[in-house]
Every structure is written in C-alpha cells, then in structure tokens.
Design a protein around this ligand. Structure first.
Ligand SMILES: Cc1cc2nc3c(=O)[nH]c(=O)nc-3n(C[C@H](O)[C@H](O)[C@H](O)COP(=O)(O)O)c2cc1C
Length: 209
C-alpha cells in the first residue's frame, strides 16, 4: 500500500467518475492542453510487441460534422462534443522493420521484427480479418487509458463503436493511410448526470483460484 499514488477510495471514485456521457454541453470548449494530455495517455499505452498500431485523428468544430452521415444513433453526441478523437489503425504491411526500428530498443530489435513478422504470417495465418482484430485490440487498450485519464482530468468521454468504418474512412482518407478505423471517442463536458454502473456481479466477473 505504501507504493500507491492514490488512496483506494480515490481509485474507486475515479472508476465511477469515468462513464459514457451520452449528451454533451455544446457550449463547452475543451482546453487544448487537457486534450493533449489525454492523447499522450493514448500514445504512451502498452501494446503487443510495442507495435503502437494506432493513429489518433483529432476533429473539432464543424469538421466533426463531416462524419455525421456515417454514424448510427450517435450524431447529436458527436455534434455537441467539444472534440472527437478518431482512433485509426495501421495496415499490417506498414508495421515492418523500418517502422519498428524507429522506436524499438536496439537490443530487442531483431526479436521484435522477427516476432511481429511471424505473428502475422504464422499465428494469424496472414488472414486480414484476424490481423485487423489483433491491431484493433491494441487500439482499445489506448482507448481505455485515454478515457480513464480524461476522467482524472474531469473530462467526460463516450467511446463510440456505432459507425460505418468504410464511410468514416472515406471522409478521412487524406489524413490516414489506409483509413482503417477502430472507434471514435467523443470528449467534452457531459450534459447529464454521471450514470450508476450497471455491471454483472463480482462473483460472476472474477474468480479467485
Ligand atoms: C467498444 C465500445 C463501443 C461503444 N459504442 C458506443 C456507441 O456507439 N454509442 C454509445 O452511446 N455508447 C457506446 N459505448 C459505451 C457503452 O455503452 C458503455 O461503456 C457501457 O454501457 C457501460 O457504461 P459506462 O461506460 O457508463 O460505464 C461503447 C463502449 C465501448 C467500449
């Protein structure tokens, strides 16, 4: 316990403070430095082989509205949020030796480059669907870290999976290559109360062996 940064109570409060805001205050402007810190939480997230296959595209103001024809049920939320972070992921062919060498520690380089190549070719059998699922898994870890960091900063969020990735990809084609989209995150100030957590019981979620 003496190594803890926060008290148990504070951590529990934070976990309940992070909720999916379904309505945003359209008058609120999310300060850039808060947004930058939330994006930094995504950039610093862990990923398998440290592949970091994500790209975060930040849309503010009217730019967000370009995506409205391609979202299901979430249009008002996106319209009213102060910022929308589009979480894109790279094509597996771009996760190659050149890319990985850009940040990999030299002592791990060969292991990582060979490991990633073998993962795509052997374990995932070169299957585009399986590879995309693997890459999206990494992105969701960054998404979780961003949303929790946002809650710490008093910023409300809603993760959005209800959209057409092909349509959104087409709109953003010029900014991500290729335009593969994992999810969207609306950010700003909630215009509704924090919702109570509706969760299955501890007993059914957790087994102590
Ligand atoms: C991958 C993912 C996709 C989601 N997509 C949507 C969505 O399209 N629209 C929405 O209102 N909420 C969406 N949510 C929010 C969930 O509904 C919400 O996290 C869940 O009901 C638990 O509520 P809480 O986040 O307030 O604790 C999504 C959450 C995740 C993790």
């Amino acid at each position: 316990m003496d190594r803890a940064f926060l008290s148990l109570d504070t951590v529990h409060t934070l976990l309940h403070r992070r909720f999916s805001a379904k309505k945003f205050d359209s008058k609120y402007h999310l300060p850039k430095e808060l947004l930058e810190t939330i994006l930094e939480a995504g950039r610093l997230a862990p990923s398998s082989y440290n592949t970091q296959p994500w790209e975060f595209l930040v849309l503010r103001g009217a730019r967000k509205n370009q995506l409205l024809p391609h979202v299901y049920y979430n249009d008002q939320m996106i319209h009213d949020a102060s910022a929308l972070v589009v979480v894109g992921y790279m094509h597996s062919s771009a996760i190659n030796a050149g890319y990985l060498s850009g940040f990999c520690k030299p002592e791990y380089r060969d292991r990582v480059v060979n490991g990633v190549a073998s993962l795509f070719k052997d374990r995932l059998q070169g299957d585009g669907v399986l590879i995309d699922a693997y890459l999206k898994e990494q992105c969701y870890i960054a998404v979780g870290q961003m949303c929790l960091s946002a809650a710490l900063l008093g910023v409300d969020t809603c993760i959005i999976g209800g959209f057409d990735p092909v349509g959104v990809g087409k709109v953003l084609r010029a900014h991500c290559n290729p335009p593969k989209i994992a999810c969207l995150i609306a950010m700003g100030k909630s215009a509704m109360q924090i919702t109570r957590k509706a969760r299955k019981s501890k007993e059914s979620a957790i087994k102590w062996l």
